[in-house]
Design a protein around this ligand. Sequence first.
Ligand code: GLN
Length: 552
Amino acid sequence: MAKQKKYIFVTGGVLSSIGKGIAAASLGMLLEQRGIKVTMLKMDPYLNVDPGTMSPFQHGEVFVLDDGTETDLDLGHYQRYVQNATFTRKNSFTAGRVYEAVIRREREGGYLGKTVQVIPHVTDQIKANIRAAMEDADLGIIEVGGTVGDIEGLPFLEAIRQIKHEEGAQNVLFAHLTLVPYIAAAKELKTKPTQHSVKELREIGIQPDILICRTDRALERDIKDKIGLFCNVPGDSVFSARDAESIYDVPLLLADEGLDDKVLEKLGIWTGRPDLSKWKAMVEAIHKPKHEVRIGIVGKYTDWADTYKSISESLVHGGVANHARVLPVYIDSEKLENGDLSELATVSGILVPGGFGERGIEGKIKAIEYARTQEIPFFGICLGMQLATIEFARHVCGLERANSAEFKPGSDQNVIDLMDSQKSVTDLGGTMRLGAYPCDVLPKHNGKATHAYTAYQNARISERHRHRFEVSNTFRPRLEECGLLVSGRYRHSTGEELVEMVELPEHPWFLGCQFHPELLSRPLSPHPLFVQFIKASLQAAKGTQARLKGIK
Ligand code: GLN
């Protein structure tokens, strides 16, 4: 008989953004470190078929998986905490995708003329998707997006209720995350919102087994007992998820309260103690850095921190590897356009992240020119790499009108362009290069290791992509003649070669990559390009201090 799989469903109550993804990922990390084969799944109740087309203002970054699936930033958290699971299209789905499958099947006559209904057809589809995601794992942590009480979340809650019924109570655990606010005026922690959200869950047939309460302080036993009494949960199954200085503290804080022990007890799983030594060492390095370094992230002011979630986490990871705290300085590229570059003088490394659209690009190009000419370490990611190529073409190769076909379609000096095979496509939908592609790394140039090879120590790597435009092969010889070194290449099956990394060999550290390295960085295995960028920025920090003194 196949091994019985165990399911942990994580729901959220009261408010959104109280850290359900981090709590779920933390539990995943604790269970994986005990040797359990864990996977994680995010179910989102909205109707978009995938989050790739959603506004980043509402939704934060789009996180891309190896297989090209566009998901949201929760998958990024999962991947940073859980080391061994491979996340694919199966590990994230939306109500839109569920309904799409049901409607397609109805059109194909798959329901044999029956009335197609939310229960059982939509709920069956949800259950099938959950089980498909669990195929290679022994235990799944399944996060239900949204907040209990949302109308659109109901089919998901009904589906997970049914799974407990079908799989047996000992194999399914419901964990509910709520907020327990401290009201300063009353000097009291308030449990009423928690009671209400649990009441709502129970009305639809879900009795939580475990409550995780987000608070700004540890909950005393008497509060836990009170919450437990009103919510029909033993007091020792109520846990506090305290505000933490670093998101990587969260699993350790939850383990201190015994969350993982309780979960395993309830699911009847026996394991050894988790080995948290590496994680603890990493957290220690975050809290007790030996150095500090300011990194400028040049973006549109309309972007917000969550748009660059994986980048800011990768900077933390790169910092840990260098015993340094990275202080991210968000610099509005439009402000640079009028020529005031003083903010750039305060940072020791400049990062231009990915992006879409023309707004703010001239400011980013100014920042890149500054980094190149002042020898400040520069890291250009995707759009950042494309703009570095444009800057180089304009100011070093004398191609004054150098641009990208994204901003000036049909212009005569588009050093960034669509691939030839794409040019005939008029509809840009669906033409993005998405997911993992192999890349050949150039080991040496003029007898010296390239920045890329020094980082990777490997001549063949794989990185994730999400973009439409490429460095033009028409202009590539001119760029190379002028000194832009192509240190990463992808050979397309058509024989066409694509530029994956460019660098300036004579610069302390100047590297652009067409892919998104931030999508592969983990706290326990920081991405090598981020490690090297921070290392170079720490070197440059000495110079920054001298410059700042000069300004004073
Ligand atoms: N807008 C650019 C392109 O489509 C870059 C995309 C990105 O930075 N992710 O190629």
